[in-house]
Design a protein around this ligand. Sequence first.
Ligand SMILES: Nc1ncnc2c1ncn2[C@@H]1O[C@H](COP(=O)(O)OP(=O)(O)OP(=O)(O)O)[C@@H](O)[C@H]1O
Ligand SMILES: [Mg+2]
Length: 240
Amino acid sequence: MTALRVEALEAGYEPGLPIVRGASLSVQPNEIVAVLGPNGAGKSTLIKAIAGLVPISDGRVFLHDREITGRAAHRLAHEGLGFVPQTENVFVNLSIEDNLDLAASILKVPKKQRLRELYALFPDLARQRRHLAGRLSGGQRQMLAVARALVGEPKVLMLDEPSAGLSPKLVGIVFEKLREVRGTGVTIVLVEQNVKAALAIADRAVVLVEGNTRIVGAARDLSDDPQIAALYLGQHRGGI
Ligand SMILES: Nc1ncnc2c1ncn2[C@@H]1O[C@H](COP(=O)(O)OP(=O)(O)OP(=O)(O)O)[C@@H](O)[C@H]1O
Ligand SMILES: [Mg+2]
C-alpha cells in the first residue's frame, strides 16, 4: 500500500494551460518525501491539486490506494489528508486556542481530547494559547499552522515551504518538530526551496522541473548529486 500516489498528473489554473504536466509521485506510509525544484516549477500547484484546490485535467491521485482525484479540499480534510499552505495558514485575529478550536469544530472532532494531544506535542503553543496568532514569531506561527492541519488526525500531511522566512535556527526547530510528527505515524510530503534542510530530514526526494517529476531518489544520494546542484545554481537548463 502507498500512502499517497500520483500518476501522470496534469493540473493548472486555466483550461488548456497545464502547469503540472505529467508529474508522478509515490509516497510510502510514514515516509518524509521532499518535493524540490526551481522557482515556478509547479511545486505549489502540484500539492494544491492533490489537496483539491487546483483543477486536475488528467492523471490520478490515490490516498491509501483509494482514488481521490479531484475531490474537494473540505472532503479530503475529513479523509485523512492534511495541508499547510505557504501563506494565510492561520487566522491572525484569533488566538492559538481559537484557531485550533475552529479547526476542530469544522472537522467535528472531539475538541478537548484533540487539543490536549496537540498541546502535548506543541508545548510552546500550550503556553501561549491565549495569544493572538498574528502576534506570534514566524517559527511559532508555522508550528500553529502545522498543529491546525493535524487537528483532523491526517494520515498524510503536505506542507508548502514551511521554512519560508525563518532563520536557519528556526528552520531546524520546525523541521525537528516535523520529524516528531512523523514519529506519531504521519506521512509527510514537504515542498521546499531550502534544499539542504529538506534533504536532511527527508527519506526521499523528487525534483519537479517544468511541471514534471524528473529526478527521484534517496535523500542521501541526492544531497551529493551534481545534477541537483546544477538545477539550483542554474548552470544547467533543460538537460536532465
Ligand atoms: N493562482 C494562479 N493563477 C495562475 N497561474 C498561477 C497561479 N499560481 C501560480 N501560477 C503559475 O504557475 C506556475 C507554477 O507556479 P507554482 O507556484 O506552482 O511554482 P512553485 O514551484 O511552487 O514555485 P516557487 O518555488 O516560486 O514557490 C508559475 O508559472 C505561476 O506563474
Ligand atoms: Mg511554491
